[in-house]
Write a protein that binds this ligand. Structure first.
Ligand code: PEP
Ligand code: MN
Length: 355
């Protein structure tokens, strides 16, 4: 269930409610509230409450109403918030504002890893010229082998900030450790939580509590079910941050022909289950640059709110994920095709519409 706190509740009534909820949840952790769509809310698992406690909570002066939610995830559910969430990014650090989840898909593009000043700035300018709206680039890289390039770390964050200043593009970069959330938030417009960390619960909580209020893009775990993924998103939202973007990046499968299996079914399915916007990553999903343009079109046609694409000025020399990185020229045609598909879907093209 979701408890909606009265907008006029005084601090004494609030404290009393929070103390009761703390007791009800049986947890040592202080209860955190989240502001979603203008309401301050707290979710609880119905099963932890007996009838008496339920009644006591509903009678609290600070409670405006209680919304029953049947699914295990609550705050991220479409049952709770019917309208899709629109997440505005980019203003805070001087970039140009972008809305994820608005009427037009958003394209995020850039190198897998920030490799050098020259490489990042050249890519950032090319990404901007191609018409993408947000720059990606890993400063802290989660690599399968400890001997592979691990990223430039803090220097990479400085370069991302420089690229934002030069191009106006807001930036997204990965954070792997709870202790680094505040540092990365000083530089990044969006925090990326990677697949390997989708169930790193302390990291999810820290991202949910980040003091800068940065939105979080949560990538689907390597073999995560939709429910596990939504519950991971719920951790971030329950910790106080309503601005979560889901990213489908392919799941583990049996066929080594592609790096992962792009689960596009999840896009319309998630639109039923959650109000959070969904971005698709055809680069990590396929692992092969020649498949990226087609799967980008398919992702937009499936209703994704955007794409995240790996782009490199010279993909064959990339220090990380070159095989799946497209060139700036390919990015330009993906941006063009994304606009075409969007026009068809929204009937802006003036084509006759057949349901
Ligand atoms: C990435 O975006 O560079 C990345 C490491 O992705 P994932 O977490 O999906 O593997
Ligand atoms: Mn990558």
């Amino acid at each position: 269930m979701i408890i909606v706190i009265h907008s006029q509740a005084n601090s004494e009534d609030r404290t009393q409610l929070l103390a009761l909820l703390c007791q009800a949840s049986g947890s040592q952790r202080p209860i955190t509230t989240t502001r979603i769509g203008g309401q301050e809310v707290i979710a609880l698992d119905n099963n932890v409450l007996d009838a008496q406690l339920h009644l006591a909570i509903s009678q609290q002066r600070a409670v405006e109403c209680i919304v029953p939610i049947k699914t295990t995830y609550k705050l991220v559910s479409r049952a709770f918030k019917a309208e899709g969430s629109k997440i505005r990014v980019g203003d805070a650090l001087g970039g140009q504002p972008v809305v994820i989840g608005g009427s037009d898909p958003v394209i995020i593009a850039g190198p897998c890893a920030v490799e050098s000043r020259e490489q990042l700035l050249a890519t950032a300018h090319a990404v901007k010229a191609a018409g993408a709206q947000i720059l990606r680039g890993g400063a802290f890289k989660p690599r399968t082998s400890p001997y592979q390039f691990q990223g430039l770390g803090l220097e990479g964050l400085h370069l991302l900030a420089e690229a934002r200043t030069e191009t106006g593009l807001p930036v997204i970069t990965e954070v792997m450790e709870p202790e680094l959330v505040e540092l990365v938030s000083q530089y990044a417009d969006i925090l990326q939580i990677g697949s390997r960390n989708m169930q790193n619960f302390p990291l999810l909580r820290a991202a949910g509590q980040n003091n800068h209020g940065r939105p979080v893009m949560l990538k689907r775990g390597l073999a995560a079910t939709i429910d596990e993924w939504l519950l991971a998103a719920e951790y971030i939202v329950a910790a106080g941050n309503p601005n979560v973007i889901l990213c489908e990046r392919g799941i583990r499968s049996f066929d080594p022909q592609t790096r992962n299996l792009l689960d596009l079914t999840c896009v319309p399915l998630l639109h039923e289950l959650t109000h959070l916007p969904i971005i698709v990553d055809p680069s990590h999903a396929t692992g092969r640059r020649e498949l990226v343009p087609t799967m980008s079109r398919a992702s937009i046609a499936a209703g994704a709110e955007g794409l995240i694409l790996e782009v490199h000025p010279d993909p064959n020399s990339a220090l990380c994920d070159g095989r799946q990185s497209i060139t700036p020229e390919q990015l330009q045609s993906i941006v063009y095709e994304t606009n075409l598909v969007t026009q068809i879907l929204t009937r802006k093209a003036g084509l006759p519409y057949v349901a």
